[in-house]
Design a binder for this molecule. Structure first.
Ligand code: FES
Length: 340
């Protein structure tokens, strides 16, 4: 391969992708893309360019000094971008804002190709991407301008990176700006988007995964599952998909496909409504199998409303569960922004 795709995640949630040529250092590749990563000496001496490599293979060489990057820091995944030569696609967390690095998220246009309502619960929105569509990391989101409203809403990609069509799973909110627009949306309508955004994305897969989805928080997991399937992942993955009402269980058929495509994938659905006939009722925390926690050697990903995030945290605390990592994204269905 003559170049690698490097995702730079800034601390304000903006992600930019740069192409790094074989043998090129990340700092230089970013500079070519007019992104000013933090730096001072560019010589492995000052440590100003220290970032965290979250996935990928790379070589740091031995031309830097211990004061700039200690062995412990290196072992924990810290890198000096002025020394880092990627040997695969990489994801790098940059401890600075995108504006400080003189960059910003990108804007792009898309055209509605499908609007598929799922009763009163959700809508699958599929878009054809035109020029300058961004690459993104499975789990990330974009802001979509709601035509004519002067507002935008944030939605996680449910499709996987690298496709000409992108899709979203959107909760229907009575009277909500996007829901109202979607009621009359037709194929061919244009939309303006900005992104990708967010630090909720699939990291390097090195141990079992536990995915916890609340309602339309399922979307980023559909994207992640597709990425895992394409990579022929053998890793154990368990997804718990919790909703309020049985009617809110949408795209279960899309999840089910991965039981055939991923050899060690399992999932369950949970309905909170006490009057439901669903076989599993209550909260997702009541339906986490002990083996899915793998004695803590597990990476947990959660996308759901804030009370769900808090409940899962509390559940882990109460039960002495300390997962290797816990990545989460809180969203409120009618809010313009997400937090992770
Ligand atoms: Fe000084 Fe990289 S810029 S160590």
């Amino acid at each position: 391969m003559s170049s690698y795709n490097i995702a730079l995640n800034f601390e304000d949630g903006v992600t930019r992708f740069v192409e790094c040529k074989a043998g090129e250092k990340v700092l230089d590749a970013a500079f070519r893309a007019k992104i000013n990563l933090p730096m001072d000496c560019s010589d492995g001496v000052c440590g100003t360019c220290k970032c965290r490599a979250e996935s990928g293979a790379y070589d740091l060489g031995d031309d830097y000094i211990e004061d700039a990057l200690s062995d412990d820091e290196k072992d924990s995944g810290l890198v000096l971008t002025c020394q880092m030569v990627p040997q695969s696609d990489c994801v790098i967390a940059v401890p600075a804002s995108s504006t400080a690095c003189k960059t910003a998220h990108s804007a792009f246009a898309a055209t509605v190709s499908k609007v598929e309502p799922h009763n009163d619960a959700a809508v699958v929105l599929e878009l054809d991407v035109e020029t300058n569509a961004p690459v993104f990391l499975a789990g990330q989101y974009v802001n979509i301008d709601v035509p004519g409203s002067g507002q935008h809403r944030s939605y996680s990609f449910s499709s996987a990176p690298g496709e000409s069509k992108i899709s979203f799973l959107i909760k229907r909110i009575p009277g909500g700006a996007m829901s109202t627009w979607l009621d009359s949306a037709q194929p061919g309508h244009k939309l303006a988007l900005t992104g990708p955004l967010g630090s909720f994305y699939l990291r390097a897969v090195e141990r079992p995964l536990l995915f916890l989805a609340g309602g339309t928080g399922l979307a980023p997991f559909l994207s992640m599952l597709e990425v895992l399937a394409r990579a022929h992942s053998q890793q154990r993955v368990h997804l718990i998909y919790g909703v309020t009402r049985e009617l809110d269980l949408v795209q279960v058929d899309a999840i089910d496909i991965y039981t055939a495509r991923l050899p060690n994938f399992s999932y369950s659905t949970v309905v909170a409504d006490a009057d439901s006939n669903h076989p599993r009722k209550g909260w997702v925390t009541q339906h986490i199998p002990a083996d899915a926690l793998n004695d803590g050697d597990v990476d947990v990903y959660l996308c759901g409303p804030p009370p769900m995030v808090d409940a899962v945290r509390q559940h882990f605390d109460d039960n002495g569960v300390a997962p290797n990592s816990f990545h989460y994204e809180k969203f409120t269905p009618n809010a313009a922004a997400r937090t992770a």
